[in-house]
Design a protein around this ligand. Structure first.
Ligand code: GUN
Length: 292
């Protein structure tokens, strides 16, 4: 039986409507418009697209945004000065430095320099620590998006076995932590698998909910999942081009075969992807609210 599709594009639209209302309220009651500063170092085409999408989302919702593009050979000291400038700017409530950064810049030092109250990515160690303890204001955007996808598509996590594949700081580690938090966290039993895991399939077959963020196309195949699993595919891999030159995307999960066994699954594109920027907008709103 074909799986139900968890449509991130639709759920994202629903959340953006809620954000729009909250933005209006913030403006009416407090005269406040949230502001997001984005910083792009260099001209990586993928990063340019992502930053452009973030700017567009701000413009559509009525969030003030200020984009700074600086050359790839900008010094770390100059980038740190720019971050400090936005830390001190009252119009700016969220700061996002697009990663990855050029090799001569220490990304950790840049992330540490962002005021934790403006760290809408939730990458600063203070915010990561609060997330682990369960007291954070910000949740990192992609993991937060996954929590909302599950909740709003009617998948309960309570008492379920959630298997996460991939231990990145941006997705794997934070989603594993959110899933094991007591409510409003996932309240699930969590297994975190990674490249050092022996016999990955033995673990993925035990999953009630399988979250995959490995950055390798079609890593999870039908023989690696059990009947009725709910699958969240975070992967966005370019696997070729159409004759018209458009990129062909594939997730980390072999969608065609796995959807035959799954109860529900996110498509790629149109699953997790649209949620990430929406949750960034939500965090910018929360940062502005907290500044009152
Ligand atoms: N590069 C890829 N994903 C992200 C993200 O979520 N935030 C930032 N700042 N850079 C990224």
């Amino acid at each position: 039986m074909a799986a139900k599709l968890i449509k991130g594009a639709e759920i994202s639209k629903e959340i953006r409507e809620e954000i729009t209302k909250e933005l209006q309220e913030l403006k009416e009651k407090h005269g406040l418009t949230p502001g997001l500063a984005t910083i792009l170092v260099g001209d990586d085409p993928g990063s340019k697209v992502y930053v452009g999408q973030k700017e567009k989302a701000c413009a559509k919702l009525g969030i003030y945004s200020e984009r700074t593009d600086i050359p790839a050979d900008t010094s770390e000291a100059d980038l740190l000065d720019l971050v400090k400038k936005f830390n001190a700017d009252p119009k700016i409530h969220g700061i996002l430095v697009q990663l990855p950064l050029p090799k001569h810049i220490n990304a950790d030092r840049v992330i540490y320099a962002i005021d934790p109250d403006k760290d809408v990515d939730c990458f600063h160690p203070v915010n990561v620590g609060k997330l682990v303890i369960g007291t954070g204001r910000f949740l990192p955007c992609t993991p937060h998006g996954i929590m909302e996808l599950l909740r709003r598509s009617g998948t309960t996590t309570e008492g379920k076995h959630v298997v996460v594949v991939g231990r990145s700081n941006i997705v794997g580690k934070p989603i594993a932590n959110l899933m094991l938090q007591s409510p409003p966290g996932g309240n699930a039993t969590v297994t975190l698998c990674h490249t050092g895991t022996k016999d990955l399939a033995a673990f993925t077959r035990m999953a009630d909910i399988l979250i995959v963020a490995v950055g390798r196309p079609k890593t999870i195949t039908a023989d690696m999942v059990k009947e009725g699993v709910v699958v969240i595919d975070v992967g966005v891999n370019r696997i070729g081009k159409t004759p018209e030159g458009k990129g062909i995307l594939a997730g980390d999960v072999d969608f065609d075969s796995v959807q035959e066994k799954a109860a529900a699954i996110t498509p790629v594109p149109g699953g997790v992807g649209p949620m990430t920027i929406t949750m960034l907008m939500k965090n910018t709103l929360e940062a502005a609210r907290a500044s009152i």
